[in-house]
Design a protein around this ligand. Structure first.
Ligand SMILES: [Zn+2]
Length: 435
């Protein structure tokens, strides 16, 4: 079965392509990307003028919650949310119940994801058994079962020695160690960024250096071991400074930032809305601007959502007691287009680098480019679509977003995984052509 996407703006930074091209797909593979392509018997889809045809977006920081926390999200609802947000692949964090610290759990996730279909799932295993920070997991077994990285996300790896060993072993399997950078003693029982807003609200603060101190430690350990450390959900300008210094010294460090950290600041928490409570916390305007600059100048590698679904009952607590985190898969494209493309912070090729090419590179995944013989994972984006975020309409099982009611620009028009159209956005004019 051949499909020909005709006439979209193909943006593929790895292939150096940005222009109007056709994409010919046969089965689950890309056959050719070029001008004026034709193929006998192919189903032809006329891509509306101006729509972006990109290699499938990859979100490397997603909490799918299954096994064990299915009241928040399941692999099925999480993947429905992913493809609705334009993501053809997600990497899922190990802080499920039980923790993904052994091959049997990884295999369960891989099997369940294959049954669901929709987006591809790449599990991330734990650094330590139970993510308790004591005994290293069997990293080779996790790798063999399908894990693409290790992390104790949700918590940092508290012991520098354990982090050293994790970097040593993970590098034998060419995997990064992803760190949730947070010095536990400095974080204490903080719930918001330590600064004027938290003081005013009477909330316990988490200083920026709780993050940057641990990032500096880990970058030093990456230097010592030659391993690859990836800094998750960077929020503080001091952390970005440490990452830049590490990169300048040839150390293998990469980093990601979330849409909420380049969009919001701690000012958003003034109404005590628990959907503005996340970890790391929303920081100050100077931090937000630093993240924007890092996205612009290339020192930030990846945009990842840290999609963290929580049940409404869990979030309906006092700010101090509510869990950290928000859903992010379905708001990523509109926030990126509105906050980064529209004001001219980044170009489309740079945005696709941040959302597809670089995530593939950081986790050594297939995809991230559209080349002959490569997998036909494609995201079609309507860059000018007007979007109003409606929490109640999200495909995710949880609705914990601070962006409810926001009017934004840009949406996934269609999501294609392995040559199959797995999502069509009925609300975007022209999308019906992909049906
Ligand atoms: Zn985290």
């Amino acid at each position: 079965m051949k499909t020909l996407l005709k006439g979209g703006r193909v943006v593929d930074p790895v292939a150096g392509r940005d222009g109007v091209f056709d994409v010919l797909i046969d089965g689950d593979r890309v056959v050719e990307v070029g001008s004026n392509l034709s193929a006998a018997g192919a189903k032809v889809i006329d891509v509306p003028a101006g729509f972006i045809v990109a290699p499938g977006l990859i979100d490397i920081h997603v909490h799918l919650r299954e096994p064990g926390q299915e009241h928040k999200e399941t692999i099925a609802t999480g993947l429905a949310s992913a493809v609705a947000g334009g993501f053809t692949a997600v990497a899922c964090m190990p802080n499920t119940t039980p923790v993904n610290d052994q091959a049997g759990i990884t295999q369960f996730i891989v099997k369940r994801a294959a049954e669901v279909g929709l987006a591809r799932v790449y599990p991330i295993g734990a650094v330590s058994m139970g993510s308790n920070g004591e005994q290293l997991t069997e990293i080779g077994d996790l790798r063999a079962a399908g894990c693409v990285a290790i992390t104790d996300d949700g918590k940092p790896v508290g012991s520098a020695l354990l982090m050293r060993r994790a970097l040593e072993y993970a590098s034998m399997f060419k995997m990064p160690v992803i760190e949730h950078c947070e010095d536990p003693s400095l974080k204490g029982n903080g719930v918001a960024h330590e600064g004027a807003v938290a003081s005013l609200l009477g909330l316990k603060g988490i200083p920026s250096c709780a993050e940057s101190i641990m990032a500096e430690r880990d970058i030093s350990l990456a230097e010592l071991t030659g391993g690859h450390v990836h800094i998750a959900h960077m929020s503080a300008r001091q952390t970005l400074r440490a990452v830049r210094a590490g990169k300048a010294n040839g150390i293998h460090v990469t980093c990601e930032v979330t849409p909420h950290h380049f969009t919001l600041t701690d000012v958003a928490i003034r109404g005590y809305d628990t959907n503005t409570k996340m970890n790391p916390p929303l920081r100050e305007e100077a931090d937000r601007l630093a993240m924007i600059e890092g996205l612009r100048d290339g020192s930030i590698d990846v945009i990842a959502t840290d999609h963290a679904p929580h049940h409404a009952d869990e979030k309906a607590l006092e700010f101090d007691k509510a869990p950290f985190g928000i859903v992010g898969l379905e708001t990523a494209i509109p926030l990126c287009v509105t906050k980064l493309i529209e004001p001219g912070v980044v170009t489309w090729p740079r945005l696709i680098e941040l959302l597809s090419a670089a995530p593939a590179r950081v986790l050594n995944l297939p995809g991230g480019t559209l080349t002959a013989g490569g997998t036909a994972d494609i995201t079609v984006i309507a860059p000018d679509a007007a979007v109003t975020i409606r929490a109640a309409s999200l495909k995710s099982k949880s609705k914990n977003t601070p962006f409810d009611g926001w009017e934004l620009k840009g949406a996934a028009a269609a999501t294609i995984v392995g040559g199959k159209v797995v999502f069509v956005n009925d609300a975007v004019a022209g999308s019906e052509r992909f049906q």
